[in-house]
Design a protein around this ligand. Sequence first.
Ligand SMILES: C[S@@+](CC[C@H](N)C(=O)[O-])C[C@H]1O[C@@H](n2cnc3c(N)ncnc32)[C@H](O)[C@@H]1O
Length: 213
Amino acid sequence: MEQEFWQARWRENRIGFHEAAPNSLLTKHFARLGMQTGQSVFLPLCGKALDLDWLLSQGLRVAGVEFSQGAVEEVFARQGLTPDVTRADGLTCYQSGELTLYAGDFFALSPGHLGAVDAVYDRAALVAVKAEDRMAYAAHLNQITGTAKQLLIGFDYDQSLMDGPPFSVPGSAVNMLYQGSHEISLIEKRAADGRIGERCNTLEQAWLLTPLT
Ligand SMILES: C[S@@+](CC[C@H](N)C(=O)[O-])C[C@H]1O[C@@H](n2cnc3c(N)ncnc32)[C@H](O)[C@@H]1O
């Protein structure tokens, strides 16, 4: 059901969430994660975001998962990479160099697929998940990444003004989902641009989640 919804969006090119450049909250705040060259970052629900390319350019190992096989293939094509393609557990794994992307369902990923994950970068992933599925999403993300530190970028707006996705994920929801596993700090909030900014006076927020010790 969810999968068909997103596949239709990709088929019909209704992908207003895709940005023409790496997200500027990512490029501004990623250093706060304190990543070293060669460490790994995981992007849930990654689309074909140029954030993937930017993270590779930082010398990181980059992994992601995305329903759309076409989106995954486009990332490798624009990187000029010919991936090895393998199928297992209902997922198709594309791998070349430092880039590994799974085409398939995020919830089918296990810790064994990803190996060690040093950080998570969630941009427009949590906000793409229905409110009733958020707890399962956050729990699964923590499970497959060993509760890694996280840079989380989402939206906060009056949900009565618009149906999602993207859904509004206010600070209270971020706290509810992650306060048991992470220390949570809001590092920036700004007016969102694009259609969502115009329609709903939306805030785009960046959160730094640091695992509790
Ligand atoms: C709002 S878009 C954000 C994409 C990307 N993070 C970006 O910033 O451009 C959400 C993406 O998640 C994908 N998606 C939604 N649910 C998924 C799931 N359970 N497993 C894998 N991908 C999923 C959709 O196909 C869509 O491309």
